[in-house]
Design a protein. Structure first.
Length: 252
């Protein structure tokens, strides 16, 4: 059964992911389940070399270490398991939706993002993975307007501020079940929960993967969590990476 260590809070870090990755490189025995959170992040990183902007003391920026052996093919769907945990936590307050592969949206606006990174430390038997979560908790409308995509926060959705320490504790509790299911079965262990939070089969989607930009309808997800799209020609194409640019749960 996976358990997180008590959260190690920092007032300010450049990036919780970078900090934890450097710690693992210095000390490869850093325990599985170590959790680092920062009240302020000065150089937060997002997927695809984007930055992740948060104002001090407003939001959750947290990273944890997955340092236990899992089959190699499970690794790409770790972030999807985390998105399920975030979605199930958020359901206590709002109506979240997962946009493949692992953005979490409310009303078509992004509320949470996940960045999973491998730490190379010379142990081919066990990859160490650092999983970073950004969750917009108390972000206000002015800050949201400065971000180059539609974003929201718990406070904007509910009209009240949240206690970030309590939110993080509840979020970590909600991550346990999907992480346990993922670690024993990979994506198939979370497929049902993921599909309930995501776009249903038959949803019209457009995907951009590098130079490739195609539209079709969602068939579902394969055993790795890759997205299967039915093209108008009848061909079923499988995507292992890319950005969904149009679907019913979120526009971007
Ligand atoms: C995305 O682009 O959607 C992923 C954003 C991930 C942001 C989190 S905040 C905590 C952790 N530290 C980082 O520098 N990035 C991740």
């Amino acid at each position: 059964m996976f358990r997180f260590f008590p959260v190690e809070w920092h007032d300010s870090l450049p990036s919780t992911n970078t900090y934890l990755m450097e710690r693992v490189k210095r000390n490869p025995k850093t325990p599985h389940g170590t959790v680092i959170a920062a009240r302020e992040q000065t150089a937060g990183r997002g997927r695809q070399q984007r930055s992740w902007l948060t104002a001090p003391n407003e939001n959750i920026t947290v990273s944890f270490l997955w340092n236990a052996p899992v089959p190699f093919e499970f690794v790409p769907s770790l972030a999807q398991a985390i998105s399920v945990g975030i979605g199930s936590y958020l359901q206590q307050h709002v109506t979240p939706a997962i946009k493949w592969p692992n953005d979490v949206l409310v009303g078509g606006k992004k509320i949470s993002g996940i960045l999973c990174e491998r730490v190379e430390r010379g142990d081919p038997e066990c990859v160490a993975l650092v999983a970073g979560i950004g969750l917009n908790v108390n972000m206000g409308a002015e800050h949201a307007a400065r971000i180059d995509q539609p974003v929201t926060s718990l406070a904007l959705e509910r009209g009240a501020r949240f206690d970030t320490v309590a939110v993080l504790d509840a979020l970590l509790a909600a991550l346990s079940t999907p992480l346990n299911n993922w670690s024993t079965e990979g994506f198939p262990g979370i497929r049902d929960a993921y599909t309930r939070l995501g776009a249903p089969g038959g949803t019209p989607l457009s995907i951009r993967d590098g130079e490739v930009h195609v539209s079709g309808t969602l068939v579902g997800y394969d055993s790795l969590g890759a997205l299967m799209l039915a093209l108008p020609t009848g061909e079923i194409r499988t995507f292992y990476s890319g950005d969904v640019t149009r679907d019913l749960v979120g526009e971007s």
